[in-house]
Structure formats: C-alpha cells, structure tokens
Design a protein around this ligand. Structure first.
Ligand SMILES: *Cc1c(COP(=O)(O)O)cnc(C)c1O
Length: 231
C-alpha cells in the first residue's frame, strides 16, 4: 500500500525539480510542501521516511494532533484559512503561516508570538483575479496589510501566497502567478524588505507556478491521492 504512495511522492519530487530546471532555475529554488490534510499519520510517516521534512495542513484541529504524533524535525506549514480566535494555536504549532489575510489577524499573531517568545514566519495571502495582472480593487487594503507586516518584530514576513481560481486556463494561471510575483516585487521595493518566498502552485497547476517563480509548491493529491472528506 505504501509502495504506491512512495512512488507517487518520488515522482512528484522529481517532476518539481525538473520543472525548476526547465524554467532556468535551480532544483533547490523550489521547495515541495507535501499537503497531508485528511491523511493519517502513517501516510505522513511513509513520506517522511523518504526524506521529506516539509508538510502542509489546512486546519489546526488536524495539525495539532499530527505535530504531537510525528517526529519533531518536521517543518509544519499552516496553509488554510485561519480565524483570529485560533491564532494562539497556530503560533504554537506552525513554523510558517501562509494564510495571513487581514491586519486584525496579523496583529493578533504578532502579539501572541511575542508573548510566547516564538518567531513565526508568515506569508500574506492575496486573491488575484485571473482577469487582470494588476492588483485592482483591494490595492489600498493590500498595501495597508503589507505595511503592517513590514512593521512586525515577532513575525517574519517572508513573502506572498495565492491560490489560482479553479477554472483558470493556462493563460489565466500565468496571469495570476505572474501577478503575485509582480506584487511581491512591488511590495519588496515599497517597504525595503526581502520577500524571497512565493507560495503558489498545487497538484493541477504547479508547472505554471514554477515557471512564474514559485519557491514553495503545495502539493497534496498528486502525492497522497484523492481526499475523502467523509472519513
Ligand atoms: C489542499 C490545499 C492544497 C493542495 O491541493 P492539491 O490540489 O491536493 O494538490 C494546496 N493549497 C491549499 C491552500 C490547500 O488547501
């Protein structure tokens, strides 16, 4: 049973590296996040035994027990939506939070990280419309959020994250992922910070994301198989 999972994992890992090379980048420039949501600790352990140390989960109620059950040298990234009232748990469990999308959440995380003396990496999540490569309507909000992130001392703002619309075609994917890269470049220049990370690309669209500069790809289905949310 695990043979299949291991084969899938090795294939995805090799394919991510190949996509990086094809894009004129180094294989090490793109890190694979194995998105293990809904899958049991035994599956994660099998992939861990192949050398994978970076895993992603969407929900705290799943992340928390998994961090307790699995080896301590796993780097856990929280990739799903986070409610402010669960921020303390997120700070305790995750080394990087990809889904910071409001000043309120950001300030709460900053305060909590300070209280427990823990430095936590964060990414700001933006929804870029496939219609336009420009960041339109939410521009003022986006810059206010970026400004607040640049001022944090306990949180380390590392970059941006996005999810492409499900119905985007290849051109639309290039617009969304390229748009996130350009927004990152603008923010890095505007606030004088280094923002090395671009978290973009999932099972169905990671090739385009890597071509557009992704440094973190979040891949679940292609490694673990289809998710059964009824389990
Ligand atoms: C579930 C999830 C993924 C992984 O998606 P797959 O299509 O299974 O690879 C990536 N990013 C986020 C935010 C997710 O919630």
């Amino acid at each position: 049973m695990n043979d299949y999972l291991i084969r899938q994992y090795e294939q995805v890992k090799a394919d991510v590296a190949a996509a990086a090379v094809k894009a004129g980048r180094r294989p090490g420039d793109v890190r694979l996040i194995a998105v293990s949501k809904t899958f049991p600790a035994a599956d994660i352990a099998a992939v861990y035994d192949c050398g994978q140390r970076l895993f992603g989960e969407s929900k705290l109620q799943e992340l928390e027990p998994k961090t307790a059950a699995l080896p301590a040298d796993i780097e856990w990234h929280l990739i799903g939506h986070l409610q402010s009232n669960k921020a303390a748990k997120a700070v305790a469990c995750a080394s990087c939070i990809h889904s910071v999308d409001s000043v309120k959440l950001l300030e709460r995380l900053e305060r909590l990280a300070g209280e427990v003396g823990r430095r936590v990496d964060i990414l700001l999540e933006f929804n870029l419309s496939g219609e336009s490569s420009k960041f339109g309507a939410g521009d003022a909000d986006a810059m206010a959020l970026a400004q607040a992130a640049a001022c944090c001392r306990n949180l380390r703002w590392r970059g941006l994250m996005t999810m492409a619309p499900l119905d985007a075609d290849e051109m639309g994917l290039h617009r969304v992922f390229g748009g996130l890269r350009r927004l990152r470049d603008r923010m890095a220049a505007a606030f004088g910070v280094e923002l090395p990370e671009l978290s973009m690309g999932m099972s169905g669209d990671y090739h385009v994301a890597i071509a557009e500069g992704a440094t973190l790809v979040r891949i679940g289905t292609a490694i673990f198989g289809k998710r059964d949310y009824m389990k």
